[in-house]
Design a protein around this ligand. Structure first.
Ligand code: NAD
Length: 313
């Protein structure tokens, strides 16, 4: 059965973004938080964002701002929040004990047809859900910030998750316009962060060894690799950069192995290299809230433009 009503637990940065994504998809959303002021600020923020999106032509979905806002209600009572919902997206702070407590509470009140989904960035499903009565209905749906413009969702099952839970979650994400990917089993960092950390760690080593400056390192990605990665992944890149994958391997396998064998150990991400990178980044973007926020706004505007371009291609 397709859900028509979802509950979101936690109305911070990610919770409010999910609320907008689900409402754009035409679903009724109940937003729950322990703090009433968080809910008030979430609603204000959602209204403001939707209006801006409408003005700039980027509002998602077939419904108007008012229709989407009318789908979202808020609540500080957990039982009332999940009443009638067939999909629950947990978005509380990244704290294992807190999330376990919340899933423990939800386990006691939900029926057998409700999906319990977590937004966690790095807690493994086996840590979050083991021992729950409804473990078959539990899953991680890891979004990327900001989910409104970066559609990827990593769907990560617990070893005991029923395949139908994975399929229903996948179908729901598709329905609301996100881009879900299924992991066949849990793994530390899921896939997105494993790829991200591989890049970060080599970036750190190259700057640390003085091969390149921090700002030039970032340019290698933003004006180089990243340009194509917004459209094709690393495997398709291999396929297109030769006459197919086998031809790429034939041509470049030894060269790739030679380079990869020169990669160093996992960096400490501290000390002198940290100071050097911090200094360079802070010269470019001073670490004060106003400047950081302005730069985040610029980043989100770029992502909005990119999302539009991708849609048109
Ligand atoms: P946040 O701190 O902005 O929001 C957390 C919200 O949870 C707050 O509104 C807080 O009041 C509420 N909360 C705290 N305890 C609660 C409880 N017991 N019951 C209900 N609500 C409670 O955090 P966030 O950045 O939105 O992150 C939420 C989750 O999403 C985390 O697991 C995080 O790892 C994941 N995530 C974050 C990002 C990101 O970039 N921020 C990206 C992907 C996934």
């Amino acid at each position: 059965m397709e859900p028509s009503q979802v509950a979101i637990i936690g109305s911070g940065l990610i919770g409010r973004s999910w609320a907008m994504v689900f409402a754009a998809g035409g679903l009724k959303v109940k937003l729950y938080d322990i703090a009433q002021e968080q809910l008030t600020s979430a609603l204000e923020n959602i209204r403001k964002q939707m209006k801006e999106l409408k003005e700039s032509g980027f509002l998602k979905g077939a419904l108007s701002v008012e229709q989407q806002l009318a789908l979202i209600s808020v609540c500080t009572d957990l039982k009332a929040a999940v009443e009638g919902a067939t999909f629950i997206q947990e978005c509380t702070p990244e704290n294992l004990e807190l999330k376990k407590k919340i899933f423990g509470q939800l386990d006691l009140i939900v029926g057998d047809n409700v999906i319990l989904s977590s937004s966690t960035s790095c807690l493994l499903p086996s840590k979050l859900f083991t021992g729950l009565k409804h473990v078959k209905q539990c899953i991680v749906s890891h979004p990327v910030n900001p989910p409104y413009f970066v559609p990827l969702v990593e769907i990560v099952p617990h070893p005991e998750t029923d395949p139908s839970t994975t399929e229903r979650t996948y179908a729901l994400m598709k329905k609301i316009g996100q881009s879900p990917v299924k992991l066949n089993r849990e793994i530390e960092g899921f896939v997105l962060n494993r790829l991200q950390y591989a890049v970060i760690s080599e970036a750190w080593r190259l700057v640390g060894e003085g091969v390149i400056s921090p700002t030039d390192l970032d340019l290698v990605m933003s004006d180089g690799l990243g340009m194509r990665y917004a459209f094709i992944g690393p495997l398709e890149t291999m396929h297109l950069n030769a006459e197919g994958i086998s031809n790429y391997c034939e041509r470049y396998r030894e060269g790739m192995k030679l380079v990869l064998n020169t990669f160093g150990p996992v960096p400490e991400f501290s000390g002198e290299i940290e100071q050097k990178i911090n200094q360079a980044m802070s010269e470019k973007i001073p670490s004060v809230p106003k400047v950081l926020d302005a730069r985040r706004k610029w980043r989100d505007d770029c992502l909005t433009g990119l999302a539009k371009l991708k849609k048109e291609m």
